[in-house]
Design a binder for this molecule. Structure first.
Ligand code: ZN
Length: 89
């Protein structure tokens, strides 16, 4: 017989854009378009060896700050499964 103990977990419920301070709660329209960058700087980095660098940006700030360098490509239509064509008459 196993005995269990409930544990408390955390999940993101809101993200605040570090540039414009816009707050986006989980489920809001912009939630999935908020972008986060986080990495640990390596040896010789201008950010300092071993330092963590992080930023959260809403889609507007991402485009305004990095837009001219972003590589934005469209994706082709997804391939249809054969069963999807059976009802196309
Ligand atoms: Zn923003």
């Amino acid at each position: 017989m196993k005995t269990t103990t409930p544990i408390q977990t955390e999940t993101e419920s809101a993200i605040t854009c570090d540039r414009c301070q816009a707050n986006c709660a989980c489920g809001d329209a912009g939630w999935s378009e908020t972008q986060s960058i986080e990495f640990v700087a390596g040896y010789g980095s201008i950010f300092g060896d071993g330092n963590t660098v992080a930023i959260d940006l809403c889609q507007d700030c991402l485009k305004q700050t990095l837009g001219q360098w972003l590589r934005v490509t469209s994706h082709p239509e997804p391939t249809k499964w054969p069963l999807d064509n059976e009802n196309d008459n």
